[in-house]
Design a protein around this ligand. Structure first.
Ligand SMILES: CC(C)(COP(=O)(O)OP(=O)(O)OC[C@H]1O[C@@H](n2cnc3c(N)ncnc32)[C@H](O)[C@@H]1OP(=O)(O)O)[C@@H](O)C(=O)NCCC(=O)NCCS
Length: 142
């Protein structure tokens, strides 16, 4: 029997930035920001047996309105519910309207957001570059 898998969702701290940077670098579909900037917003990490397995960054854009800025999970930890856990925790922390933009080609993320209750609210043509892609705007209300 191996070590039991213990997953904790918690607020990110400075010591998590190296792991966040590595996960982001391994996730080309994710937004590529400077990781220290995430601590200026609301950043959650999924801690699996004391290792950071994923992160989610959100911010308030107006009273009662928030947006998801970035989300990525370590490729070795995907398909185990980490993103669902991060998203569920963030949505439970703040009621109201939630928005996000996602690459139209990112079927995995779109399915994740739809399974969490987000609906497609619009499409922005040629929103992304390198590589070019449309953005799907999604909205959730709780
Ligand atoms: C998208 C991403 C965050 C999903 O993380 P994850 O921890 O593997 O997702 P979960 O295990 O919590 O999956 C939850 C649900 O999401 C959907 N999903 C996740 N990965 C999927 C895939 N590869 N294909 C289709 N659906 C997928 C499924 O509906 C899944 O539910 P199920 O397991 O009951 O079928 C991850 O693939 C990732 O980091 N991708 C690169 C970065 C990125 O695309 N970020 C989004 C930026 S907007």
């Amino acid at each position: 029997m191996g070590t039991p898998r213990q997953v904790t969702i918690r607020i990110a701290r400075f010591a998590d930035l190296a792991a966040i940077a590595a996960i982001q670098a391994a996730s080309p579909e994710a937004a590529q920001w400077s990781p220290p900037d995430y601590l200026k917003h609301d950043c959650l990490v999924a801690d699996v047996n004391s290792c950071v397995a994923g992160f989610l960054v959100t911010r308030e854009v107006a009273p009662g309105e928030r947006e998801i800025l970035n989300l990525a999970v370590d490729p070795a930890e995907r398909h185990t519910g980490i993103a669902r856990g991060l998203l569920g925790d963030a949505l439970a922390r703040a009621k109201g309207n939630w928005f996000l933009e996602v690459r139209a080609s990112n079927a995995a993320a779109i399915r994740l957001y739809e399974s969490a209750g987000f609906h497609r609210a619009g499409r922005r043509q040629d929103y992304y570059y390198d590589p070019p892609d449309d953005a799907i705007v999604m909205r959730f209300h709780s």
